[in-house]
Design a protein around this ligand. Sequence first.
Ligand code: ZN
Length: 107
Amino acid sequence: MLDAASKGRLMSSYCIKCNRYVWPPNYYCNRCNSDTIFKDLVERGILVEKSISYIHGKIEHFGIGEFDGIRIIGTITDQIAVGDTIGIKSIKVTKGRLDISFVGIPI
Ligand SMILES: [Zn+2]
């Protein structure tokens, strides 16, 4: 999963039985306990929440994007509004953690 992310692909585990993504990624479905497979996430999501953080004196805009029912936190620009269609602009792996940024997609 982090391997794929470092190549710029966002994947998650997926349960074929429940027909849904399992987030956070796991080898087993947290609903029915079946084995999961790894699958690419859909490329478009919706921004459902937005907030600002002031860590280390730096202003950053954060958003929560919903991709196929999965909620993912990423950095955004101020121009993106809640309800906008978003895509994944970049994925980095920083110290073993996913560092995702979103980009607004014009409809
Ligand atoms: Zn399941």
